[in-house]
Design a protein around this ligand. Structure first.
Ligand SMILES: Cc1cc2nc3c(=O)[nH]c(=O)nc-3n(C[C@H](O)[C@H](O)[C@H](O)COP(=O)(O)OP(=O)(O)OC[C@H]3O[C@@H](n4cnc5c(N)ncnc54)[C@H](O)[C@@H]3O)c2cc1C
Length: 477
């Protein structure tokens, strides 16, 4: 069991982290005490921020020897409290912020090696500077780091075409709980040499090791694109349109996002600079994008033709294809501002869930009925990555209702939503992870054999339980 560090252990940790490698003043530590959503507020005596892999290794070796719990922290944008220390004041935070070098971009290999503290936006820019694409894209990309993206197996808006973070990794460098370094920065597409060890650390949320660098897959840069906002009457019509567009546009279809009318209205009203570029009356809005590395792909014509055919089939109520980059950017701003609009609107209950794509209409219909029955103060804002079967089934508090009463209904609603999702063959965490928020639910709902395998892996890699205790795997009762 980890224990609280004493003064000499803290001094040794500072020395291990090296010059400029630690923060302990109240003001400096403050941002690390709470999570992005302000669900948790913890305490820590020390934030370590070594500048390189060797520094991380020294820190972890010491933590292992002294049995000190460590909470790895990237951009601290986790939606599940994954990077926040607990309230004991005994856990130290290990920030990867200073491991921020792009080590190597190899356009011929379509790969690049970056350190874990490089932000996602900086990684995208590094690829772009070599006429390559790193396709992961999230609303938090300016702040979230590659190490955090890997550790949460992040998704975002291009999963339909490129997959989640796990699909974009060729190799990892990881410091294990005892301070040893796993040197796995291979750029191979094929490597069948036993167990896929790197995969263990992806989505592990800092509970099995600390990722210090990654070799990532790159793709040809997009040279042609076509973006549209499309209005449809029902989620089923949206699904039918997805199948129609996949047939017409093939792999060029890279984004297929859904927003209810209420989310669009709220975003236009509450987020500065968001205009309603559609000016039309639809129950559901879709952001659709095709991209291709071929500048002659003629994607605007492909999109216009296939949407025209969809209108004729009665799938689409109305559609606007962006006539300029600025118009396309305005459409993206609308979609990406939905979480911010919801935050400004007031208290909310959030569920990041996934189901088989075909079950999405059922999830939306049955989920709305649950909210009507269980949360009279609530308004559903179910939006997200329809092409991946991933809905952010969120509920906002209606204006003028009591916030405390609204929030008090959260646990009952969550239970019912998770039951619904499970009944549909879905997942209680599509892309945000487990963190502290869903550790109890995972313990309750996961297949017992799968959970036992997870606990065995944890015990093998972190026998003293010093790595991010309480996250992903709740302490057994
Ligand atoms: C506005 C907004 C939009 C978002 N949109 C999306 C979205 O579309 N899709 C999506 O999947 N997520 C989304 N997220 C959630 C979040 O941004 C992502 O999960 C992101 O990948 C987290 O990265 P981070 O660097 O902030 O990680 P942190 O929050 O710092 O950490 C996340 C977890 O990873 C661990 N960790 C961090 N770095 C390391 C490391 N180097 N080694 C080992 N463990 C580590 C932490 O201990 C923690 O458990 C969004 C968040 C915000 C605020």
């Amino acid at each position: 069991m980890p224990r609280a560090p004493d003064a000499s252990a803290l001094a040794a940790l500072k020395a291990a982290a090296g010059q400029g490698g630690w923060l302990d003043s109240d003001a400096d530590v403050e941002p690390y005490r709470s999570d992005f959503r302000r669900l948790y507020r913890g305490a820590t005596p020390l934030v370590l921020q070594p500048a390189d892999t060797e520094g991380v290794a020294r820190v972890l070796a010491l933590c292992r020897r002294e049995r000190i719990a460590v909470v790895p922290c990237g951009g601290n944008t986790s939606y599940c409290g994954g990077a926040t220390p607990d309230e004991s004041g005994a856990q130290v935070v290990l920030s990867l912020r200073r491991l921020n070098r792009v080590r190597h971009v190899d356009p011929a290999d379509y790969s690049m090696t970056v350190e874990s503290g490089v932000t996602l936006a900086a990684a995208q820019a590094a690829a772009s500077a070599h006429d390559r694409l790193f396709p992961l894209s999230l609303g938090s990309e300016g702040t979230a780091q590659i190490g955090g993206n890997l550790s949460t197996n992040a998704g975002g808006t291009a999963v339909l075409r490129y997959g989640m973070m796990r699909d974009l990794v060729l190799g990892l460098e990881v410091v294990l709980a005892d301070g040893s370094v796993l040197h796995g920065l291979k750029s191979l597409r094929k490597d069948n040499t036993g167990y896929d060890v790197k995969s263990l650390f992806i989505g592990a949320e800092g509970t099995l090791g600390v990722i210090t660098a990654a070799t990532l897959k790159l793709f040809p840069a997009a040279k042609d694109s076509a973006t549209a906002l499309v209005g449809v009457a029902t989620p089923q019509a949206a699904l039918d349109l997805l199948a129609h567009l996949r047939a017409a546009a093939g792999d060029t279809l890279s984004t297929f996002e859904i927003m209810p009318r209420f989310a669009v209205e709220l975003t236009v009203r509450l987020v500065a600079g968001v205009a309603d570029p559609l000016g039309m009356d639809a129950a559901w809005y879709l952001l659709v994008e095709l991209t291709s590395p071929n500048p002659e792909a003629g994607l605007a014509a492909v999109l216009a033709e296939s949407l025209g055919a969809a209108v004729e089939r009665g799938l689409v109520a109305d559609a606007l294809i962006a006539a300029s980059l600025a118009q396309a950017q305005a459409m993206w701003k609308l979609r990406e501002s939905v979480p911010e609009a919801q935050r400004r609107y007031g208290a909310s209950l959030k569920h990041d869930v996934s189901v088989p794509i075909s079950a999405l209409p059922r999830l939306i219909e049955a989920g709305c009925a649950l909210v009507e029955r269980l949360v009279p103060e609530g308004q559903v804002i179910g939006y997200g990555h329809l092409g991946d079967g991933n809905l952010h089934f969120n509920v906002s508090q209606r204006p003028g209702t009591d916030a405390a009463a609204f929030l008090a209904r959260g646990p009952a609603l969550e239970e019912a939503v998770f039951d619904l999702v499970e009944g549909l063959g879905g997942s209680i965490s599509a892309e945000h992870g487990i963190g502290r928020l869903k550790a109890g639910e995972l313990a309750r709902r996961a297949d017992p054999v799968e959970l036992a395998v997870m606990r065995s892996i944890k015990a093998a890699l972190d026998p003293d339980g010093i790595l991010n205790p309480g996250k992903v795997l709740a302490a057994p009762r």
